[in-house]
Design a binder for this molecule. Structure first.
Ligand SMILES: Cc1cc2nc3c(=O)[nH]c(=O)nc-3n(C[C@H](O)[C@H](O)[C@H](O)COP(=O)(O)OP(=O)(O)OC[C@H]3O[C@@H](n4cnc5c(N)ncnc54)[C@H](O)[C@@H]3O)c2cc1C
Length: 500
């Protein structure tokens, strides 16, 4: 599958304006020859290296609009089997070449930017669907398989199956990227996040050792869960090459509803009560007034609900939803259709970035008891940054004990000069100030600084504080598994966390 690019490739002669500080490790010609001998495809072509140096982190997108990149790999290496990944990592380990795993490059935190140079390890060649077990309802799949290819394969069986993982970036992202970032699909309230779906992994460690974790059944009590050690490790502890995931028969029934609440807190309270009663509608999304106006042209706090499952379960779930939303104003279910039609459309972003408006989203997760206060604190923190035009929020993924809040901010630095080349520095400063303000507010509330986008480069500087007393344990695990620090340096708070 071809990954769509958001902006045109580098302008001019392709010479990158590397913005990120740090030592870049070159890849010697002899190592390039050895890498090619593994059977993986290897390129040092500038266009491929430049393209592999960016993902959907808004900062890199901003740079791309002026033909710049933040860092550049010495080569792009694309293996097509676990054995080739192992051979590549063994070579890089011996030669001390940094390796940055990359797949769909739809990450929004700079996780696949090769800030230490070395090689960009393109995992999209691991695109085999290995096995579907229709009795046990499991799927074993290569890490480089893209979302639509996976769902097309599953729906092709006469019974019809789904993984139930529908991130907004479905077309752009891979199984390995979902697992590496602990991703969440839009139907997660029924099907869970990717970490709930995974049963086992094949992982290649930094020195090229291949390991298999669990995958032996629904649960185990064979010590700590090593699968989950690699889920969310963002390519810093090992490279995921294959995964066994739980699948579901395609749902026989679906129902939709929509409501408007007087306040966002009232809507949150209804969501909390719905989950508390054991109902888990696949989609339960609550938008504040600015987002309700923007998305639905409704002057209120819109809740959209969609469930799919066995008819009896859907009927019971939607009955509970109706009871808990009795005090809200019912809205036409065409609003849900409207959301379905536009849910993966991000075309409005490009003109904003190109006109110098900085826009990004910040997702976090917290307990219900904290959420009304966190909502106010984060909106206030973002609004107080000079230049902010709008700060808004929706609740996107709900659990019995809490939910994910997803904030959007847009603004323009008041100091922004007219010259596009220097304007980017002002944009970066405004952007960074927004992230500092919001993340501090999240940390003060004791909530998680990310729910599904992960840490990457953007949140690296916040990790030590976010993990607190547990952070040295993460560092110790990194040192044990990757003592030379070659796997995705500078990400997840490991390595130089002030890299940009
Ligand atoms: C428009 C848009 C909407 C989005 N919506 C959602 C959403 O709804 N839900 C959501 O969860 N995310 C969303 N994202 C974020 C992004 O799509 C996810 O983080 C996705 O999981 C990344 O997958 P990828 O294949 O693109 O990985 P990449 O961006 O290539 O990599 C992400 C990180 O994972 C590491 N990595 C990738 N593959 C492997 C592997 N096989 N082994 C080890 N490490 C690996 C990389 O080193 C990097 O650190 C969205 C992004 C965009 C641009």
């Amino acid at each position: 599958m071809t990954v769509p690019t958001l902006v045109s490739p580098l302008a001019g002669d392709g010479t990158p304006d590397e913005r990120l500080p740090g030592n870049r490790v070159a890849v010697p010609a002899s190592i390039l020859a050895d890498l090619a001998a593994t059977g993986a495809s290897v390129t040092t072509e500038m266009a491929a290296r430049s393209e592999s140096s960016r993902d959907w982190w808004p900062v890199t997108i901003g740079w791309a609009t002026i033909g710049a990149v933040g860092a550049l790999a010495g080569a792009v290496v694309r293996p097509s089997s676990t054995e080739q990944v192992a051979a590549v990592l063994r070579l890089c380990h011996d030669a001390e070449i940094p390796v940055t795993p990359a797949a769909g490059r739809s990450g929004v935190c700079g996780g696949s930017i090769p800030i230490a140079g070395g090689i960009s390890l393109d995992l999209t060649g691991l695109d085999t669907i290995v096995n579907v077990d229709e009795v046990s309802l499991t799927l074993t799949v290569g890490a480089g398989v893209f979302g639509p290819d996976l769902e097309r394969h599953l729906s092709g069986f006469s019974s019809g199956y789904t993984l139930g993982h529908w991130p907004q970036s479905m077309d752009l992202s891979t199984v390995g990227g979902w697992l590496a970032c602990r991703g969440a699909g839009q139907y997660s309230t029924r099907y869970g996040k990717i970490e709930d779906m995974v049963r086992g992994l094949t992982v290649v460690l930094a020195d090229g050792t291949i390991i298999e974790t669990e995958g032996t059944g629904p649960r185990s009590a064979t010590g700590p869960n090593l699968t989950q050690l690699f889920v969310g490790s963002e390519g810093t502890l090992g490279v995921i090459t294959e995964a066994t995931l739980v699948i579901h028969p395609i749902a026989a029934a679906e129902q939709r509803s929509a409501y408007s609440f007087a306040t966002f807190s009232d809507g949150l309270e209804a969501c909390r009560r719905i989950l508390r009663r054991g109902a888990a509608p696949a989609v339960l999304r609550l938008y504040d007034v600015p987002e309700s106006q923007r998305n639905f042209e409704v002057d209120g706090n819109v809740l959209i609900v969609l469930d799919e499952a066995d008819p009896a379960i859907v009927e019971a779930t939607m009955g509970i939803v109706a009871e808990e939303c009795a005090s809200a104003t019912p809205l036409d279910t065409s609003l849900v259709e409207r959301w379905m039609g536009h849910r993966n459309d991000v075309s409005a972003l490009r003109p904003l970035w190109e006109s110098g408006v900085v826009v990004d989203t910040i997702e976090m997760a917290g307990p219900w008891a904290a959420l009304p206060g966190v909502t106010e604190a984060i909106i206030a923190a973002l609004s107080a940054v000079p230049g902010t035009i709008v700060a808004s929020v929706h609740q996107s993924h709900a659990y019995t004990d809490g939910a994910c809040l997803y904030f959007t901010f847009a603004g323009r630095s008041p100091e922004r000069p007219e010259d596009p080349a220097t304007a980017r520095d002002a944009d970066d400063a405004y952007y960074r100030a927004c992230w500092e303000a919001a993340t501090m507010a999240i940390e003060r509330s004791g909530s998680a600084i990310s729910h599904h986008h992960g840490i990457g480069l953007n949140r690296s500087r916040f990790m030590a504080c976010a993990l607190g007393s547990a952070f040295p344990t993460l560092v110790a695990i990194k040192d044990a598994l990757d003592p030379k620090g070659l796997l995705n340096p500078g990400k997840l708070g490991l390595g130089d966390t002030e890299a940009w």
